[in-house]
Design a protein around this ligand. Sequence first.
Ligand code: CO8
Length: 373
Amino acid sequence: MPQAVISGTGLYQPPHIVTNEELVAAYNAYAERQNAIDAEAIARGDKTALTASSVEFIEKASGIRQRYVIEKEGVLDPARMRPKFAERPDDQLSLMAEIAADACRKALAAAGRTGADVDAVLCAASNMQRAYPAMAVEIQQAIGAGGYGFDMNVACSSATFGIEQAVNAVRAGSAKCVLVVNPEITSAHIEYKDRDCHFIFGDVCTATVIESADTAVSTDQWEVVGTRLATQFSNAIRNNFGFMNRSEDSDPAARDKTFRQEGRKVFKEVVPMAAAHIEAHLAALGLEPTQMRRFWLHQANLGMNQLILKKLVGAEAGGDLAPLVLDTYANTSSAGSVLAFHQYHADMRPGELGVICSFGAGYSIGSVVLRRK
Ligand code: CO8
């Protein structure tokens, strides 16, 4: 059976930064405006006045300091509170495929490959821009790949679940070179009018090349030692947007049609699950957490990562052992753990081990154990 390696990663980074200060100023202006509109209902006790957001809360509760977005003006407009994207005609490359193709080309360049070498494209992300044709097939055409493409969604764990499918395809011999791409346009499905979550997400796209070790040409190869996936149903993170909305005569702009969560519940339930998942995966491979040179953890919350790491090895997250990217990029959904790997692996030596681990809605958890070749 061929051995699978990660031979390159790529990152599309959006052009605009939104700082916490800018985001909070926009939210507070929106809240003031909305409270003025609702003044009578608030006075009657029929509505609750919106309370201000705060930079201090955001940084203390999450560790996030800024995020990147593809479009900034609409997000920060108190009269809009969502990005403003132009609808593109069918014969133009869609926005999601455009950022995906950019990340794919960079990952292929890192792997010493071109689109012509790719025989499978998996578009793995929390949301797809349309129902069909599959985003992956459009990306496949944009980068000049052959073979096949399909979309998959396991929310924040989409990337690790995609990597396992790619590794299985390479091991089974059904594909030689697979691209897993994670275009996360989170700004289009977060509710900027809700102070509980307006700060959480940022846009990026990551791409990973997985190929057979026999034919890989990259100077930067990572043997996939093992992958493990797990899911357990939970409503604690949910978005009811979908094709049935129209027939249900439900309001497409209702609060339940964008991201919502019970953040504290997620925090409490997912931390022990993720730590136990990593520990069990490593044990099945005959490894201990203390043998890991690096943990590339899902980037949702600084406190979550610190607790997971403490349970595993008794250390603090951040710095060298479990690098953080969420302070700069915020939660980029499925792209977060791959982004951490992309930015923090060059210093590792041949033979050293690390784990990519994602966790999020579903609940879903995925881990990928890597050894530098
Ligand atoms: N400013 C000031 N105060 C605030 C704000 C704010 N912006 N927001 C909330 N507060 C208040 C609350 O109202 C509350 O007040 P009170 O005590 O009076 O009720 C108080 O602050 C404390 O609120 P919380 O208990 O909610 O605060 P926490 O300390 O729990 O922090 C977090 C909130 C940061 C959300 C934290 O709970 C967290 O990070 N939890 C983990 C969440 C997580 O990891 N979720 C995973 C989601 S990602 C995923 O799965 C992908 C989904 C698909 C992608 C979707 C892309 C859009």
